[in-house]
Design a protein around this ligand. Structure first.
Ligand code: F6P
Length: 496
């Protein structure tokens, strides 16, 4: 049947919560979409989505649900885990967070200590919302301390004022070495600056699923905000891990952040596959993977405010789906491609050469925001140029350009999505993050991968212990420490 460009064009426009997805440059026609939706149905994607929201143990290796959606369930409709409604506990934490927002006075600095999922989400939100024109901010200096490298610690401790600093230790497990060591160093800094034990106890907060460990560390029980085993670390910004958002921009904005995510969840849960944004985005990636065997994809937000978004997405996607066996332990043909990206138009002056003319096809998600991100007199003119660059890149990548000179030829057929947000605020940021979380989950289901564990990060952590011991004792490697010759030699190199 001849393709009908007008119908295909219509087929490429989708929307949810005023967020528009234009997939016209994916090169997927109506028949292609039809076959993709059949594939999704055959993969029992609808059943997976229902199980995810119902609190079924979709994290099969750890026999746990993945209920980050409950953390943004502002309606408090009951969500059962082992027969018990978890919403009263979730709501109690919201009340405590709100009360805390109203009780802090005279705080100049917040040191937020956490890594991975206990860092990226709040850091992204704090950065992104700082750019929202007119947003009310308490103007506290929010310092994010993640790396064990003392450069981070040093930078923060030079700026923070010890008498008016609050410290939030964020760790789902409360065993993460970077976090506990950094927390100890910050407590020592407070002591060194003459803060008494009772003042330190007043200044110290924890957000964790391991309350006993936080208490053992010395955090006052009243200052511990729990979250739960049924939330994956990288999905936890919706819990009290998002406390900095509420503290800096007010609880109302935090609620808006949750509301945007909740609206996207409702869409993911109830929209038919053919209109379901996260599913359509997942399927477009699957299509390119099957067509071009792509190994990576890029996400380019044309908004400086979203510069942290690709880093947040790297953990979300690659820690969730960077696996080579399926739920039954069988090898998979496809799983998560490498994700990279940064804000445009800066990115154009970095790796876009490769996107246009490199040997690999790398699909792209462009993200544009309709409204400019400032009230400066130049804002409209600059924003027009920003958007025109975004549209131009997508067209150039898709259509390419033939010339007689191979060096100047653009091959084209480089697929992309365009997501358009009406504006950037807490609500749309929440919706955007939930859109990608749900897309990651949908991709996991399509590949039959468990997106909610991360066993691959453990081996290196275990090996680091004997290596650290060897570095400490002058390079002597114990025979049964599991350190090979190459690493033993490297230990000596570093110790020499
Ligand atoms: O890198 C592995 C990981 O377990 C992530 O999944 C998690 O976000 C991060 O470490 C931090 O873990 P925690 O919140 O337990 O300190």
């Amino acid at each position: 049947m001849p393709s009908n460009p007008a119908a295909d064009r219509l087929k490429s426009l989708f929307s949810a919560q005023d967020i528009v997805l234009d997939s016209a440059y994916q090169g997927i026609d109506a028949a292609g979409w039809k076959s993709l939706f059949s594939q999704a149905k055959a993969s029992k994607l609808e059943q997976f989505i229902a199980d995810l929201f119902a609190g079924k143990p979709v994290n099969n290796s750890e026999n746990r649900p993945a209920l980050h959606s409950a953390l943004r369930n502002l309606d408090k409709t009951p969500v059962l885990v082992n027969g018990k409604d978890i919403m009263p506990e979730v709501a109690q934490v919201w009340h405590r967070m709100e009360a805390l927002c109203n009780s802090w006075v005279g705080v100049t600095d917040v040191i937020h200590i956490g890594i991975g999922g206990s860092d990226f989400g709040p850091r992204l939100a704090i950065e992104a919302l700082a750019h929202v024109p007119g947003i009310e901010s308490r103007g506290m200096r929010m310092h994010f301390l993640a790396n064990i490298d003392t450069a981070d610690l040093n930078r923060i401790l030079q700026r923070a004022l010890p008498n008016s600093t609050r410290v939030i230790i964020v760790s789902k497990s409360f065993t993460t070495l970077e976090t506990t060591m950094n927390a100890k160093a910050v407590v020592k800094w407070l002591k060194d600056h003459g803060r008494t034990d009772s003042q330190i106890s007043h200044a110290l907060y924890a957000v964790t699923a391991n309350v006993p460990a936080a208490e053992a560390f010395g955090v006052n029980k009243d200052n511990i905000y729990p979250f739960w085993d049924w939330v994956g670390g990288r999905y936890s910004v919706w819990s009290a891990v998002g406390l900095p958002i509420a503290l800096q921009y007010g609880f109302e904005n935090f609620k808006q952040f949750l509301a945007g995510a909740q609206a996207m969840d409702q869409h993911f849960k109830s929209a038919p596959l053919e209109e379901n944004l996260p599913v359509i985005m997942a399927l477009s990636l699957l299509y390119q993977q099957e067509k071009y065997n792509i190994k990576s994809y890029a996400v380019i937000p044309y908004a400086d405010a979203l510069d942290w978004f690709p880093k947040w997405l790297q953990q979300l996607d690659m820690e969730s789906n960077g696996k080579s066996v399926d739920r039954d332990g069988k090898p998979v043909k496809f799983s998560c491609p490498v994700v990279f990206g940064s804000s445009g138009s800066n990115a154009q002056h970095s790796y876009f050469q490769l996107l246009h003319q490199g040997t690999e096809v790398i699909p792209i998600d462009f993200i544009a925001i309709r409204e400019p991100m400032s009230h400066l007199p130049e804002a409209k003119a600059h924003h027009r140029i920003l958007l025109s660059n975004c549209l131009a890149q997508a067209q150039a990548l898709a259509n390419g350009k033939k010339t007689d000179n191979p060096n100047n030829t653009y091959p084209g057929k480089r697929p992309s999505n365009l997501l358009i947000l009406p504006k950037l605020n807490a609500y749309y940021l929440g919706a955007l993050l939930a859109l990608y979380e749900n897309r990651t989950a949908a991709l996991g289901a399509l590949w039959n991968i468990n997106s909610f564990d991360q066993p691959g990060v453990e081996l290196g952590k275990v090996l680091a212990k004997p290596i650290e011991a060897a570095l400490k004792n002058g390079g002597t490697v114990l025979a049964d420490a599991g350190i090979d010759e190459v690493t033993a030699a490297r230990i000596n190199l570093l110790n020499s």
